[in-house]
Design a protein around this ligand. Structure first.
Ligand SMILES: Nc1ncnc2c1ncn2[C@@H]1O[C@H](COP(=O)(O)OP(=O)(O)OP(=O)(O)O)[C@@H](O)[C@H]1O
Length: 694
């Protein structure tokens, strides 16, 4: 039976892995970071992928699809787009695209490549992520972008005609957008034989990728005259990795990975030479808890540590701190979610601490609930995490799980996101690109028919598709054009008739961020008090409106935000997203109108989009339990909501997070009679009436 490490009793003890502790090797010697072009050029030439330059260019020239397999740190992301540019693939106004599953990776890889090429970011090298476009229509030749943004670009340019080569990076991650993209790119290739695809993937996935791109008979060989690229994919394996990363495992399983991570950090700081530490935990709550524990360290082993969080909703200024050089004599500790798992190079990082878990989406089509659940990572993820050390010098990785668990129990790859997600956004995207037979679409990994049917049902109820499952005009086309979750887009459309588009656009902008509150260490009480100053009886959405109004009345002042525990950078982002959404709304013919204080209009607009997330409080519940109307699932209001402990009878939630319970985040009160009005097919009156009288 496994032994468990008890927090506070002893520290986790590590053993090196049996292969001599060496996961990665290189012939290159350690180097410090390069400043100036010459040293950057030397660094480029040391990367394993450099030796394959000619082979890569030959394969891209002669094959429609090239799958490049290589270890993390071999230089695929930063070098291949440059090789292509140097070889002329971006001449005559053409462009090279490189997609990433994560926004942070897009930004950081683009700035690295810009630096290596000695050009200003946004000119020859640029990037686009949702709501942020740092490219120049005339100048940009290499463009980094999220796979989701490339999918959006297809709405205006279905054949992606401005790109000569599209590199889909980190394809093994099997993100939802990557899988949709791969299916669509395969289709585009038939219409544009001159388009070249490069799929960069970890070893295990390469064969299935090749099989996918090879799976159509029509794709084999060259054209009738023997011209053009070969249509069956080429696979190139890039041998060689970054620097040595010595891996250790705990001897016995740990029962509390946050405490184990903190004592590992302190022990590295105590015993190991200088070098930054990157710690992988699962989410902001974990990160806050670990930061708190580090701050409380009574033995003062934390002296000289600069502790920084890293997660997807973090404001840009805080993100920049993570990438900034570590002051002399100090050691940075970056505590991150899995957003730092792939494609990132954090120059100072020598040590990686991996808790072995991440937050993952799981959608249940029966209950129609998509949860973010803390679940074990795969071996592929663990290797990616270890690969964040050893990028510019040798490193060490401390895994907070046993080697036995890593070898025998951890799954080799995770389940593709498409098989564990709500598919509403995915279906509308395909529909808007004219793909009507969703069930027959050529997916790299098939989604479950139940999830597809659920998505079609919700889209039908939203009025996005008609009886023939085609996009409705104008509603369906309008919703597809707004770069937001279709439910949020529907809420914006509904606000037109309800005369509250200004308010609803503000709410949509706030919901597009993770949080607008500033939750510093030990300031939970002050944050709760600040929230009370804005709290609205109608719920969180209306509270956001109060905050935004206050922000505008303060002349968008940073000190006002500071005083009220509101994140100033988040508010600036809200303003920015708001401006973009207002422009889109105007283009779609939505009148920009304010309803002033008529919050019923706002609540009805939210209901129009989110009717499928309606819940009713349990009649005899003393602990604030709710039941979802559609799936009869037990859910609770999240403690961060202004309606926590208020427990109004009928509510609608924006999303669910699962910890020990299923918690509703961002909750608003509604009248039950609005549900059948908003979605008559979804809610029949008969279904609701008995509950109304209970
Ligand atoms: N910002 C940076 N500062 C210093 N060196 C960097 C930076 N970005 C990349 N490098 C160097 O380039 C190497 C290759 O990075 P690149 O992202 O191209 O690798 P990769 O093969 O795509 O790996 P991954 O799949 O992990 O992203 C890094 O290991 C590092 O040595």
């Amino acid at each position: 039976m496994s032994k468990f490490w008890k927090p506070g009793t002893e520290k986790p003890r590590f053993v090196e892995d049996e292969e001599g502790g060496v996961l990665f090797y290189t012939s290159a010697s350690s180097s410090s970071s390069g400043h100036g072009y010459a040293s950057v050029e030397r660094q480029r030439q040391r990367l394993p992928v450099f030796k394959y330059r000619t082979a890569i260019l030959y394969l891209v020239e002669t094959h429609a699809t090239t799958i490049v397999v290589g270890e993390t740190g071999s230089g695929k992301t930063t070098q291949i787009p440059q090789f292509l540019k140097e070889a002329g693939w971006a001449d005559s106004g053409r462009m090279i695209a490189c997609t990433q599953p994560r926004r942070l990776a897009v930004q950081s890889v683009a700035s690295r490549v810009g630096e290596e090429m000695g050009v200003k970011l946004g000119e020859e090298v640029g990037y686009t992520i949702r709501f942020e476009d740092i490219t120049d229509a005339e100048l940009t030749r290499i463009k980094f972008l999220t796979d989701g943004v490339l999918l959006r670009e297809m709405m205006d340019d279905p054949l992606l005609s401005k790109y000569s080569v599209i590199m889909v990076d980190e394809a093994h991650e099997r993100s939802l957008s990557t899988d949709i993209l791969l299916g669509l790119l395969k289709k585009i290739q038939r219409r544009r034989p001159e388009l070249r695809l490069i799929i960069s993937s970890a070893t295990i996935e390469a064969k299935s990728m090749a099989a996918f791109f090879n799976s159509s008979r029509r794709l084999q060989g060259r054209d009738a005259e023997g011209h053009g690229p070969r249509k069956e994919p080429a696979i190139l394996s890039v041998e060689g990795r970054g620097f040595n990363v010595q891996t250790s495992y705990v001897e016995d399983p740990v029962s509390d990975y946050i405490r184990a991570a903190v004592s590992t950090i302190l022990s590295i700081h105590d015993k190991e030479p200088m070098g930054d530490i990157l710690v992988f935990l699962t989410g902001k709550d974990d990160i806050d808890a670990a930061m708190q524990l580090l701050a409380e360290d009574s033995h003062h082993k934390n002296q000289g540590l600069i502790v920084l969080p890293l997660y997807s909703g973090l404001p840009r200024a805080d993100q920049d701190l993570v990438f900034s050089p570590t002051p002399r004599g100090k050691r940075k500790v970056i505590i991150s979610t899995n957003i730092a798992e792939t494609s990132l190079t954090l120059e100072g990082v020598v040590y990686v601490v991996d808790c072995g878990f991440s937050k993952q989406r799981f959608y249940n089509p029966i209950t129609d609930i998509e949860n973010l659940v803390v679940a074990p990572i795969s071996r592929a993820s663990a290797r990616q995490r270890a690969g964040r050390a050893g990028r510019v010098r040798p490193g060490k990785c401390y895994r907070l799980y046993t080697e036995e668990y890593y070898v025998n129990e951890m799954s080799s790859d995770g389940v593709p996101e498409i098989q564990r997600s709500n598919l509403v956004s995915c279906v509308i995207q395909l529909k808007s690109l004219g793909i009507d037979n969703i069930l027959g679409f050529d997916w790299p990994a098939s989604p479950s028919p139940e999830a597809l049917i659920r998505a079609l049902e919700v889209l039908y109820s939203l009025g996005v598709i008609d009886d023939d499952a085609k996009l409705t005009s104008p509603t369906g086309f309008q919703i597809a054009e707004i770069p937001l979750d279709p439910m949020v887009s529907k809420m914006i459309l509904a606000s037109n008739d309800l005369g509250c588009s200004e308010e609803v656009i503000t709410i949509a902008a706030v919901l597009s961020l993770q949080s607008i509150w500033y939750s510093g260490r030990g300031s939970e009480k002050e944050l709760d008090e600040a929230k009370l100053r804005f709290a609205a009886a109608e719920g969180d959405h209306v509270t956001f409106l109060n905050v935004y109004r206050g922000y505008v009345e303060s002349n968008k002042s940073s000190s006002w935000c500071h005083r009220n525990h509101i994140n100033y950078h988040a508010m600036k982002k809200v303003d920015d997203v708001r401006k973009q959404l207002r422009r889109i709304a105007q283009r779609l013919g939505i009148a920009l109108k304010s309803c002033d204080h008529d919050m019923q209009a706002v609540r009805k607009a939210v209901t129009a989009g989110f009717f499928s997330n309606a819940c009713r409080v349990e009649a005899f519940s003393h602990n604030g339990a709710y039941k979802t109307i559609r799936g009869s699932q037990e859910v609770y209001i999240h403690p961060s909501s202004v309606l926590f402990r208020v427990n109004p009878k009928w509510v609608i939630y924006h999303s669910i997070v699962s910890t020990e319970r299923q918690y509703m985040r961002n909750v608003i009160t509604i009248e039950p009679s609005w549900l059948p009005e908003a979605a008559p097919h979804f809610y029949h009156r008969q279904q609701l009436d008995p509950r109304l009288h209970s």
